[in-house]
Design a protein around this ligand. Sequence first.
Ligand SMILES: C[S@@+](CC[C@H](N)C(=O)[O-])C[C@H]1O[C@@H](n2cnc3c(N)ncnc32)[C@H](O)[C@@H]1O
Length: 406
Amino acid sequence: MSNPLDKARTLFVSGNAHFEAGRLEAALADFDAALAHSPGRPSLLVNRGATLCRLARWEEALPTLQAAAQVDPDHADAWAAMGLAQQALGQWAAATESLQRAHALGLRDGALCLALADCQMRLERPGAALAAVDQALAADASLAEAWSLRGNLMREAGRLTEAAAAFDQALVHGGHPELHRFYLASVRSGEPVPPHPPRAYVESLFDDYAPDFQQHLLQDLKYQAHSRLLAPILAEGRRWPLALDLGCGSGLCGQLLAPVCDAVDGVDVSRVMVEQATASGDYRRVHHADLLPFLTASESLADLIVAADVFIYVGALDDALPAAAQRLAPGGILAFSVEQADPGHDLQLRPSLRYAHGRAAIERLATSCGLSVRALWAAAIREDQRQPVMGWYALLQRSDGAQAAS
Ligand SMILES: C[S@@+](CC[C@H](N)C(=O)[O-])C[C@H]1O[C@@H](n2cnc3c(N)ncnc32)[C@H](O)[C@@H]1O
């Protein structure tokens, strides 16, 4: 009869075979059984943790991997897997430390360096992120994700030629075509400007941003679009039966509108933002949808439609503005803010990945969809590097003769 160590070894080997073949539950069962025969053995703990990581059971993986690293602090794979679990859980500082330990112990593969770069970027350490991304590319120059990250670090640093070169490489190595053409158009003049950003990009941008959104926007960026846009509407001192808040975000407009409206409905493309706006209690209903299909899916009319700081993530308004106009009750108001384009431009995509709109284009489009310009004024939206970012604020009114959606 074999001793417990032999049994553990046999189970370890079969667990590894299951793992390699992608039979992860079977692998986990073998590693658990092996640990019952040989408790605390680092190689078993690491492989159990790595299996849990592959199963995306990150929280369960962590204690196993921590135990492995405690028993054998020089086990590079334990630190690497721990770092990946911490990264998946958004524990950026802890993940950075673990990945750096693995790196110092000799693990230098592209995926590990890329994970480290991602964590450094999340911690807003662009220099360290760039160093890690360049190590990732030195290990594997075909990593599209690393080129993409390099491009975005360069874009944010204002090094636009290098950013464009990195996005070119991301495309060459299989990076998402729509996303990287959008990135390229933001940094290289002469590239065709996509009329709209990729929807998945906007969704994930705001899903990631939502937890810190209000604090960052209001305190750090001195965001004012919601209050500036709604000030003249609130000053009217009237009640609005139904308001639609397009791209409602966490609910800053809803908070201002709820006291003067019988009902406020919100819509947002980001699921996390929808959860926050719903939790605010200021909305009758918050829909998780892109604003264009949301507007065209219904014929019910609203007295007030607002879009504060939203069209800068929509791009061309040729479809959105007429769709909003068709949802306005006679005499109803469409209120929105956009960033100002440079003189002579109708639509620009900035290196900030935000669109900017021209005043003349707004006026033309308003007229073409039966809206009269009640007010159109210039004022700051927020700050960038402590400088005001100027916008256009528009109040467009549906003239009584205009046709509602047919
Ligand atoms: C800068 S935030 C502004 C949020 C809010 N209006 C405010 O003033 O606080 C932009 C919001 O628009 C949403 N958004 C962007 N494009 C959208 C689209 N096509 N459809 C619906 N929501 C969109 C984003 O998810 C985000 O919540």
